[in-house]
Ligand binder design. Structure first.
Ligand SMILES: CC(C)(COP(=O)(O)OP(=O)(O)OC[C@H]1O[C@@H](n2cnc3c(N)ncnc32)[C@H](O)[C@@H]1OP(=O)(O)O)[C@@H](O)C(=O)NCCC(=O)NCCS
Length: 165
């Protein structure tokens, strides 16, 4: 498996695999592929990595800037992250998350938030952080990890996350 930054040739494959991965997800509005496109269009796709297996794109992860009400800078949100349905459960998602977090740290990020299953994301250093809140989501499902500078307040994702299907 190779994990590499996306190139323009990857955009269509990223969209297709993201839509396929979230097709049966219970909390998905099937907008995730559109979110990645909207972030890219807005120049807010801070980091976009693809996982290639045998030359084929099997997974993708996006990171984008988040705003925190205390004005903290250089915080990012993880997501969407997606692996082709037939390729899930083989460590591709984990490899994308680990590589993404490493690259984010190397870029000087202060911290990262994620919304999702605690059982999965706590493996990668995320934990519920009462100082950081995200209205409308049960607190256990909104997690964060500090790289350099703690932050406090309400978190808002980039408006690309409002992209419609
Ligand atoms: C979530 C996703 C990116 C993980 O990628 P993956 O390559 O399948 O995951 P990995 O192989 O790295 O990890 C598999 C492990 O994570 C667990 N896991 C995967 N998704 C999980 C979830 N949503 N909740 C809890 N555990 C999960 C698996 O049970 C497995 O556990 P094990 O190691 O104890 O067997 C992928 O399954 C996917 O695209 N799912 C659909 C889209 C999605 O839910 N994206 C994330 C939204 S927050």
């Amino acid at each position: 498996m190779l994990i590499l930054p996306e190139t323009p040739d990857d955009h269509d494959a990223i969209f297709a695999l993201t839509q396929a991965a979230f097709k049966d997800h219970p909390h998905s509005l099937q907008t995730e592929g559109h979110i990645t496109d909207a972030l890219r269009e807005a120049g807010a796709l801070t980091l976009s990595l693809v996982a290639r297996v045998d030359g084929r794109i099997a997974g993708h992860i996006a990171f984008s800037p988040v705003q925190i009400s205390d004005g903290s800078a250089h915080w990012y949100g993880l997501g969407p992250v997606a692996v082709l349905p037939g390729m899930q459960g083989r460590g591709i998602g984990a490899a994308l998350i680990r590589e993404g977090l490493d690259r984010l740290k190397a870029m000087g990020a202060a911290g990262c938030v994620v919304m999702g299953e605690p059982a999965y994301y706590t493996r990668f250093g995320f934990a519920q952080m009462p100082a950081l809140t995200y209205p409308g989501v049960p607190p256990a499902y909104f997690m964060a990890q500090v790289f350099t500078h703690p932050a406090q307040g309400r978190v808002a994702y980039h408006k690309g996350f409002e992209a419609a299907a």
